[in-house]
Structure formats: structure tokens, C-alpha cells
Design a protein around this ligand. Sequence first.
Ligand SMILES: Nc1ncnc2c1ncn2[C@@H]1O[C@H](COP(=O)(O)OP(=O)(O)OP(=O)(O)O)[C@@H](O)[C@H]1O
Length: 264
Amino acid sequence: MADTKVRQQKVEVDPHREPIVVVDDLHIVYRVYGAGGKGNAASAFSRVIRRQRRPSMTEVHAIKGLSFVAYRGEAVGIIGTNGSGKSTLLKAIAGLLPPHRGGVYTDGQPSLLGVNAALMKDLTGERNIVLGCLAMGMSPAETRSRYGQIVDFAGLQDDFIQYPMRTYSSGMGARLRFAIAAAKTHDVLLIDEALATGDARFRRKSKARIDELRTDAGAVFLVAHQLDTVKEMCDRVIWIEKGRMHMDGDPDEVIAAYNEAIDK
Ligand SMILES: Nc1ncnc2c1ncn2[C@@H]1O[C@H](COP(=O)(O)OP(=O)(O)OP(=O)(O)O)[C@@H](O)[C@H]1O
């Protein structure tokens, strides 16, 4: 595996290992409509008077030719400065964003677990557990048998599990999301900042569970701003900058280089 700086290299698969995710010259472009206009009533009115169209569409080229392969059993951390494309990459691996060019190939079903993962704020934690499990493809019987384990793992104080999720703190919501997603074995588990809000004890539990999932599952990807979390949980780190691969390799080496670069 490459452990040195690489830029827009073509994807190469190690024939002795089992590839789980192949990202091949991936480009992701967001289309932003109406960018450039002020977007207030006065500017809209003036456009009507002058018979102008809406301001044109702008493109944001968020991922610019990324290529890499993740193999069975790997836990890959994704780091980079704000806006470098980390969340976009996870969404693309999850199949939520269509590639503009290139492609993402996964062996099995990817599941994106993020702080924005869709749980229903007006429903109780209990209802969200049931819906979340069914949405992940568990049977009603399996859901019932896992319910207690999910509640225990989330470890919410008092009877919060019976309260609507809008009453939860962000950390409590993140714990429940993680607990639901971690109840199932995933082919490809994608975690976006989900652990950043957990306290130290929950992080330890999460790490242990991720280690278990790694042995059963294909690959785990983790985006986190807390580099200690990445170092603790991952055995490989990919550093992307401005949508391009900057470095790929051993967590200690990549994080040291990253820290040096951002301290400059
Ligand atoms: N829905 C969107 N529409 C248009 N541009 C977007 C959208 N989402 C992200 N972008 C742009 O794509 C680029 C990459 O964003 P992304 O959220 O993937 O970065 P990130 O590395 O996860 O950032 P952060 O560390 O701040 O969470 C940025 O320039 C951002 O402005």
C-alpha cells in the first residue's frame, strides 16, 4: 500500500488482499443554483423588472480525481482541513452522491452513520431504535432481540429513551445513532464525526465495538476532526486536501505530517 505522498494516482489493487471499496478517479461536483444573487426580495424584484433570469448555476468541484482501495478489515480515517471534501467522500462511498466522473465500487452495502443520520426528532428514542433497525434491514424479531442491547450501549440517563429525540443533547443523539448502527454488522461502515460528541467512556466503548465490527465487516471509514480519535480507531489514514489525495498511509506518519502542515 502506498504510504507516501501521492497525487491523482490511478487505482491499483493488491492481488493478495480482498478489496472492499475501490474509489477510481472519483470526481464529485455539486451544482449550486442561484449562487451569486443576493437572494432577497429586492434583488428578485429588480430581476423581474429588468426581465433577467435567475442567477446562473455554479459548480463546486468538491472531489477532484481521488483513487484508492480499502481492503477487508481496514479501518480508514479520513482527515483534512475544513471543506477539503471528507464528508463528500463518505457520501459518495455511501452512494448518496452520483460521481461526475470516475466511480466508487463497494463489495456489499455501505451504511453511513453520521451526526445527521436521519432519525425522527419527534419520535421517542425507542421508536427510532425500532425504525432504525427495520430500515437497516433487520426483521421485527431481530429488532426485538437487539433492542435491549442498543439501549444499554447508548447508555442514556434516566428514561430518556421514552422521550422525543428533540429533547436530546447532541451528544445523546449521537450516542443513540451510533448504538443503532453498531447493532448490525455492516459490509462497509461509514462514520462521520459520530464519535466526536461522545465522552471518553463512550468513545472507548465505540472503539471496542468498531474493532468487533471490523473483524465481522468489510471496512470502516471514519471522518473526525479529533485526530486522537482517528489515531485510536484507525490503522490507515487518508489525508485529502482541496478534494485531492495528499497522503495515504500509517496513522502516526500521516497525522504527524498533517499537524506539521497546519502548524505552519
Ligand atoms: N450541498 C453542497 N452544495 C454545494 N457545495 C457543497 C455542498 N456540500 C459541500 N459543498 C462544498 O464541497 C466542498 C467539500 O465539502 P465537505 O463538506 O465535503 O468538506 P469537509 O472536509 O467534510 O469539511 P468540514 O471539515 O468542514 O466538515 C466544500 O467546498 C463545500 O463548500
